[in-house]
Design a binder for this molecule. Structure first.
Ligand code: HEC
Ligand code: HEC
Ligand code: HEC
Ligand code: HEC
Length: 430
């Protein structure tokens, strides 16, 4: 009987692993940051030895992590302006803002100590603690069992990507729409590995961690982040462009700089247009460009290019758009399977191939769109580091970050020139 139960829990855990609901919709009671913050739990001032976890997670989060300020941000003058322009009573009580700036679970899942003013707190990422709060302190419990008790699998790269991107890119349920941006909200940009490093670390990957959890590297984290961003973008396109009857599409799905530039600045060329006529509003496709580079490094021969081109030209035809979105999702699955099979040694080779592909496309000025350029810089930085040649390219990387430092001053020709320079330097080193 016990064995059977154990079996069932494991099957359940596996099932949960694949289908984990995002914390905001996990239908568990959310206990509030105060429930995690006791000094014997996660609120120790300094990290503890002799424990499996640091136990000072709360201090790191509250003092250093931007997520702890996410609700306070809604009380700022900038948020007041945004809310006023949108005709909202108050940013800090508006569901559209709280969805990303706090742990905005339904009232029936907010327990006594829960405070919406905690911002993006522990349970916004780790899931409602109702069932794991008592069990997760028991060292005999497996990580899998904790997950079966509602802990969100933040260690799993696909699940982590889905979680971070839900707020940093937006998904079907929540979005920083063009209305919100038009009112003054900053443009969102995200890359899983880079932002994972930017978030102050409140965990260490030690022997105990490695035994229990998935451990990756920057290459594979980047890949899963890109694949998830592509999937999420396609799903949002399906939802907002296909399954909708509004007269005007949601503009944040398109490349901001397709519309926001001077008319004298003639950007269209055959290469950049890729089959689309001049004057077409391009999709926001920075992540698709990275997908092309990833696909090129695998043996998976998908008609990705063709499908992307069909998608760019299907914006007037819902049925065609929907069909091609389904095909692209299948391409992504094939690419993911090919990448997942790689051995560690093959990953290094794959990283070199991806880097070289990004540099080649970029040299041809295909990153004329700022958003794609920004993604390219984060990718080049982490891939060069991963291959182990970052010392030689320190100045080049700094130059690249300078070029994309300010979106309105971005010069794509300068960017292409710099990429050509790096490409030539790499060819010489070979
Ligand atoms: C519930 C929504 C939500 C989730 C989930 C989320 N974030 Fe955030 N994140 C935010 C908000 C909102 C801010 C901005 C906070 C502020 O300044 O008010 C932010 C800020 C950040 C920043 C600081 C950015 C900067 O410009 O300084 C980093 C880094 C970051 N998040 C990384 C991550 C990572 C990595 C994940 C996934 C493990 C993640 N976030 C998950 C909402 C979220
Ligand atoms: C889809 C998720 C999402 C929604 C919806 C959203 N935000 Fe944000 N917001 C973010 C993220 C993520 C950041 C941090 C961006 C970064 O630094 O990369 C942010 C940043 C901000 C900032 C700038 C903070 C700073 O420190 O510079 C303000 C102000 C803000 N949001 C206010 C609002 C208001 C007001 C609303 C509601 C009308 C709202 N947000 C809705 C995700 C969202
Ligand atoms: C923006 C998302 C986010 C927030 C907010 C957040 N965490 Fe985490 N946390 C992560 C990620 C990602 C990891 C690393 C993956 C993992 O171990 O599951 C992690 C890991 C951990 C670990 C695992 C350490 C180990 O060695 O296994 C603990 C414990 C933890 N967090 C506690 C907290 C507590 C307590 C809070 C609130 C004070 C908090 N976290 C807030 C994302 C978050
Ligand atoms: C299809 C064209 C189009 C796209 C794509 C587009 N916008 Fe806009 N945007 C507009 C129009 C039209 C206005 C209204 C301009 C006005 O009021 O003068 C506007 C207004 C704005 C404003 C307010 C400017 C003001 O004068 O008050 C901001 C900010 C903004 N957009 C940001 C963005 C961001 C960020 C993106 C990409 C995520 C984006 N836009 C994508 C057409 C577009």
């Amino acid at each position: 009987m016990r064995l059977f139960l154990l079996f069932i829990t494991n099957v359940l855990a596996l099932f949960v692993l694949h289908a984990a609901e995002l914390p905001q919709h996990d239908q568990q009671m959310h206990m509030g940051v105060a429930s995690c913050a006791a000094s014997m739990c996660h609120g120790s001032i300094i990290s503890r030895t002799g424990s499996n976890v640091l136990q000072n997670e709360y201090i790191i989060w509250s003092r250093e992590d931007a997520h702890a300020q996410a609700y306070q941000t809604l009380l700022s003058a900038q948020s007041k302006k945004i809310a006023d322009k949108l005709g909202l009573d108050h940013a800090a009580t508006a569901g559209v803002c709280l969805d990303c700036h706090s742990d905005n679970v339904a009232v029936e899942y907010q327990s006594k100590k829960f405070q919406i003013s905690d911002g993006v707190g522990c349970e916004s990422c780790h899931g409602g603690a109702e069932h794991y709060i008592s069990s997760h302190t028991d060292a005999k419990q497996s990580h899998q069992a904790n997950i079966a008790h509602g802990l969100y699998p933040t260690d799993q790269p696909q699940q982590r990507a889905k979680l971070c991107l839900s707020c940093h890119l937006g998904n079907k349920d929540k979005q920083a729409t063009h209305d919100i941006m038009g009112a003054g909200h900053p443009r969102l940009s995200f890359e899983l590995d880079t932002f994972g490093i930017l978030q102050p670390l409140h965990y260490v990957i030690d022997a105990d961690y490695k035994r229990k959890k998935w451990v990756g590297d920057s290459y594979i984290t980047w890949i899963y982040g890109q694949l998830a961003a592509n999937r999420q973008t396609l799903n949002t396109l399906e939802d907002k462009l296909v399954n909708t009857n509004t007269l005007f599409p949601e503009l944040s799905l398109f490349d901001c700089y397709a519309c926001h530039h001077l008319m004298s600045d003639l950007k269209w060329t055959e290469v950049k247009g890729k089959g689309a006529k001049p004057g077409t509003v391009r999709l926001n496709d920075g992540h698709f460009k990275m997908l092309i580079a990833i696909a090129a490094s695998t043996q998976a021969l998908t008609p990705l290019h063709q499908h992307l081109s069909v998608m760019r030209n299907s914006l007037h035809d819902k049925a065609q758009l929907s069909t091609v979105i389904t095909k692209l999702l299948a391409d992504i699955k094939t690419i993911e399977e090919a990448i997942t099979k790689l051995t560690l040694a093959q990953r290094k080779l794959s990283a070199s191939l991806i880097l070289s592909k990004i540099l080649t496309i970029g040299s041809k000025d295909e990153f004329s769109d700022y958003i794609a350029a920004e993604q390219a810089v984060m990718a080049i930085d982490l891939l060069i580091d991963y291959i182990g040649i970052s010392k030689r390219y320190q100045q080049d990387i700094a130059d690249l970050f300078d070029i994309v430092n300010h979106d309105e001053k971005y010069n794509s020709l300068l960017f292409a020139e710099k990429l050509r320079e790096i490409n030539n330097k790499m060819a010489l080193q070979k």
